[in-house]
Write a protein that binds this ligand. Sequence first.
Ligand code: SF4
Length: 306
Amino acid sequence: MKNNKKFSNKQYTISGEKRAYVNFNGLKTLWFNTGTLCNLSCKDCYIESSPKNDRLLYLSHEDVCKYLNEIETSNINCKSIGITGGEPFMNKDIIKIISTCLNKDRELLILTNAMQPLQNKKCMLLNFQENNNLKFRISLDHYTKEKHEKIRGKNSWDKTINGIIWLHNNNFNISIASRSLYENENLLRKGYKNLFEQLNLNLDVCNNNDLVLFPEMNNLTDTPEITTACWSLLGVNPNNLMCSNSRMIVKRKENNKTHVVACTLLPYTKEYDYGEDLNNSFKTTYLNHPHCSKFCVLGGANCINN
Ligand code: SF4
């Protein structure tokens, strides 16, 4: 079967070959998108977060409990919880959400820019200081102030650096997430090594759990479709892709309801919306979006490191 456009047919590519797909292999990580509102408007933000974008509403504590309860009552094995946004610390329920997630013996990873919204909650965060299951991943788009602020905006560097230092000095587990900005990986890691030394951060730039480098995701570059033959040709294991072992909960503005989506990267695309129940979301995912190709298969990105 031939199509006129790339990424237009769920099961076949433009050349009529079988599109690659990923079977669901059990839930390792359940992500909660706490809302797309953010204090920043970063260039090429994959989820288009900004101070104005509320397409994904704030999740309430009750919304989160609904899915944690489903995990319990359905005996679903789930090793870790992830929290992302927008900026999660703008959500008024965030401290309650963190507390509830940590009550179960699971790892909790929070993605944040560590700026004012997090720093406004310092006192409350200190209550979780002793909890080894809690980890923060802070977005720093480059190891220089100049390039970081080119993406994240003026005056964004110092505030994030202050947040990183505060978390680190208060013994929270932290890691840094950076974009590659098409730079050579060795040079990037070297740049971060110098920065971590200057800031006295005890982080290993060679360890992907301490420094995560994400490929670029802008929509301007063309990307090939992935066929079933690509797995062996590219040496990529589909079981390492997020959609094989993760799901994300979002709350859509259009119906004010929570939905389960295939992964953190495609919250708006209807094809990757698997309905309201977690149990019904454990299905095969076809790689029918440019992000699948550019970011996951060719870019080798994964939001959770193992
Ligand atoms: S973007 Fe990646 S994780 Fe999401 S559905 Fe595509 S391949 Fe799977």
